[in-house]
Every structure is written in C-alpha cells, then in structure tokens.
Design a protein around this ligand. Structure first.
Ligand code: GLN
Length: 315
C-alpha cells in the first residue's frame, strides 16, 4: 500500500537513473589515493521501501566506503545509548554554514552538529568509551550490520590506513576540541580518531545502504528483519539533523529544493530517507564543489519533481 503501483514507480526510477547517467560533472575525491582510484563511471541506485519492496539499478553490488554517511548511523546509535540531552551537551544542532572539515567550533565552543567532521569525531568519542578498541569496533560493526539487515557490510583497511595517514585536519580538529575541553574526561584522543577513521572506512553496497536508509525511514525498525535497531526518538533527531545539516554547505538549498533528510559522503554516496515510505542509497563518485555526488543530487531533484515527496508538499 505504500507505493500502490511499484512497477510504475520503478519505471520512473529507471528513467531518472538513465537521465543522471549522462551527467559527467564533478571530480572524484583525491585527498587519498584509495578514493582517487574510484571510477567516475560507477552509478548505482537502490531503493528499499518500509514494506520491503526493492529496486536496484547499476553498480548496486560494488562495495564503497561509508565516509561521512557513517556519521548518521553512529549519531543515531549514540542517541539511543546516552539520550539526546547528554549527547547535545557536547555537540550542537545548528548548521555550521562552513566547510565540513573547517577548523571551527560554535559560540559555545562545541562542534556545530554531528554531521560534520568535528561533530562526528565527538560522536565517535561517545560510543562505549570504556570498551577496548577491538570491542568498540565489534560493537559498532554489529550495530551497522543490524541496520543493514545482515546484508553486505565490510571494512576497507587500505582506506582506513590512508585516512589515518592523511588526516592532519582531523587531528587538528581533535586537538582543537581537546584544547577547548570538549571531550568527556578520560577520552583517549588517538584512539578516538582511529575509531573515527574506522567508521569512515566501513563498506556498504548501494543495496545494503538502501536497507540502512529504510531502517531510518521505518522508525528504526529494520523493514526486512523486524529488528528494532534504533529508538523512535533517535530516528526523529537523526532525520532532523540530516534535513538541516546532511549535505554539507548545500544543506539549506537541498532542504529547500528536495525537502528530505539525506546524508552524503566523500566516496560519492548519498543516503536519502523518505520517512514512513522508503530508504534510497545513491552512489556515484564524482563530487561537486560542496562535496556532494553530482549524480546523487540530480537524482534527488528529479525524484521530487516527479513525486510529491518534499516534506512540505501537499500541505
Ligand atoms: N574521511 C573523511 C574525512 O574525515 C570523511 C569526510 C567526508 O566524507 N566528507 O575527511
């Protein structure tokens, strides 16, 4: 009943997929060799509805790293562990209006929000800080796996190692936050950064990413397994910040034009959530100047021009 004519809907998706395929704008991220080697031709669209209907087109089984899209999963999880009040005593909820990795904090000397690097490093610091590094990794891997309904989840060690090697800015952000007493007492800075790089280096496919997005669309209950992975409140807060801060410095324009919660990552991934309806994972490595996938953004625009999915459609 969610999408009454799913076949007809898929026909539209095919058309949008093909139209975006012609878009050859943008540049693949090049700050680490492992990302620079991504082929700009890759283009994948995968959909999972809250009642479990699937659509996939293109390179939907090719693994890629989550990068900033991991911020969403980790933030949602931490909300469930600590509650919003505790989490937001350390991280703001305001769009920064600055580049995602800019060396700045908000007026309270906190990272602006969990959807940019500083906030995501803080989020990482809040995940089970008393566990060993290995147990923390296992814990988060297991949670991500549940979000993906046991579909593909990997870890790209080469990306992890090179993230770690080329991370001057992330180190600078972490030290800057430590200087401003942002972290909880006892936070181990290097271990926290390692953990953050590990989260960025988790691999999904467009198909498994669509299930993760669908879990967010479905109030935190995985639509395929019925597993209640996230709390309702955590999902509400996460979708809210995806809506206002998920697309870097394009978030305001995206909210205006597309009106849906989404998160992009430097590997060319866009997770798009149509609440109570479906999750969509888009993947195409070439990025625009804001750092968002060119084809991914175009897809979102064309989707809402055909269907009234914009948050404020039909009021
Ligand atoms: N690993 C990247 C970084 O920390 C993630 C950023 C991104 O996806 N925009 O810079």
């Amino acid at each position: 009943f969610i999408i009454p004519d799913f076949r007809g809907f898929c026909h539209h998706l095919d058309q949008i997929y093909n139209s975006c395929k012609n878009n050859t704008n943008g540049k693949v991220a090049s700050y680490i060799p492992q990302l620079a080697r991504l082929k700009s031709e890759h283009w994948a669209v995968s959909v999972c509805t809250v009642d479990g209907q699937r659509y996939s087109n293109g390179d939907v089984n090719v693994p890629f790293t989550l990068q900033s899209c991991s911020y969403v999963m980790t933030y949602a999880m931490v909300l469930g562990l600590l509650g919003a009040e505790e989490v937001h005593s350390r991280i703001g909820m305001e769009p920064s209006g600055r580049q995602f990795n800019e060396l700045c904090l908000d007026y309270n000397n906190k990272p602006h929000n969990p959807m940019i690097n500083a906030g995501a490093i803080m989020t990482a610091a809040l995940v089970k800080p008393n566990l060993s590094a290995a147990d923390r990794f296992d814990f988060i891997f297991n949670m991500y796996k549940r979000l993906a309904g046991d579909e593909f989840l990997g870890f790209n060690n080469a990306v992890f190692l090179s993230e770690k090697e080329c991370a001057d800015r992330n180190f600078a952000l972490a030290y800057f936050m430590r200087e401003n007493k942002c972290f909880p007492e006892g936070t181990r800075l290097h271990e926290t950064l390692d953990f953050y790089f590990q989260l960025c280096s988790m691999e999904i496919t467009a198909e498994s990413g669509a299930v993760m997005a669908a879990t967010l669309a479905n109030g935190g209950i995985n639509p395929l397994t019925g597993d209640p992975v996230l709390t309702i409140d955590a999902v509400r807060n996460t979708l809210t910040l995806m809506h206002s801060c998920g697309m870097y410095n394009y978030s305001g324009q995206f909210a205006f034009k597309v009106g849906l919660p989404s998160k992009s990552g430097v590997s060319g991934c866009v997770l798009l959530v149509i609440p109570n309806t479906m999750g969509i994972c888009l993947w195409s490595p070439p990025l625009d100047t804001n750092g968002n996938s060119c084809r991914g953004v175009q897809f979102c625009m064309e989707l809402v021009s055909r269907f009234n999915f914009h948050n404020f459609d039909n009021l």
